[in-house]
Design a protein around this ligand. Sequence first.
Ligand SMILES: N[C@@H](CCC(=O)N[C@@H](CS)C(=O)NCC(=O)O)C(=O)O
Length: 200
Amino acid sequence: MIKLYESAVSGNCYKVRLLLAQIGVPFQRVPVDIVKGETRTPEFLARVPFGRVPAAELEDGTVLAESNAMLCYFAEGTPLLPADRRGRAEVLQWLFWEQYDHEPYVAVPRAWLTFFGVPAGKERELADRQARGYKALDVLERRLAGHPFLAADRYTVADIALYAYTHVAGEGQIDLTGYRAVRAWLERVRAQERHVAIDQ
Ligand SMILES: N[C@@H](CCC(=O)N[C@@H](CS)C(=O)NCC(=O)O)C(=O)O
C-alpha cells in the first residue's frame, strides 16, 4: 500500500489526501511532525532528499515528493487530469502558478499565525505576504467569475491544488468576504463526490 508521509496541518499534504480519497486509492498515513523538525532528521532526508512533506512511498519502494507532481502522478488516467494536450497544459498552468504566486503568500501567513508564530522581525514580511495573497485571490476571482472551475471547464487537480490553502486563507488573516466568485467555487469544490475536509 502507498505510504503517505504527511502532516495533518499542512495544506500541501491535504491536497494529496483529498485526491486519493476522491479516486478511491487506499493509502497509509505516516505522520511527520514538522513543528518538531522531523523533516530534517538524517533518516527522513535519506528517504526524501527535499526534506519536506508530503512524500509518497509507492508500492515499488520509490519515493515521490512535491504535492503538485504527486497530484499529476496519482490522477493520471482519471477525469481529474485531462488527457488532451490543451486541457493538461491548463491544469499545469494553475499548478505552477499555485506554487509561485499563491502558496507562499496564502499558506505562509497561515503557518505563522496559526501554527508556528510569526518569527521575530518578520511582522513587515507577514503584511507583505498577505498583500500578495490578496493579489493571488484577485487572479482567482477574475478567472472564476466566468468559469465554474479553474482548468478545462471541469473539476480537476488544479481545483484541488488551489482549494487546499484558499479555503483556510482566513487562518492567515486573509479575508475572503470580498471574493464572491472564489467563495462560490469553494462550495462547488466541497460538493464534489467523496470530498474530505482538511482535518479528516
Ligand atoms: N513545494 C512543496 C512544499 C512542501 C512544504 O512546504 N512542506 C512543508 C509543510 S506544508 C514542510 O514540510 N515543512 C517542514 C520543513 O520545511 O522542514 C510541495 O508542494 O509539496
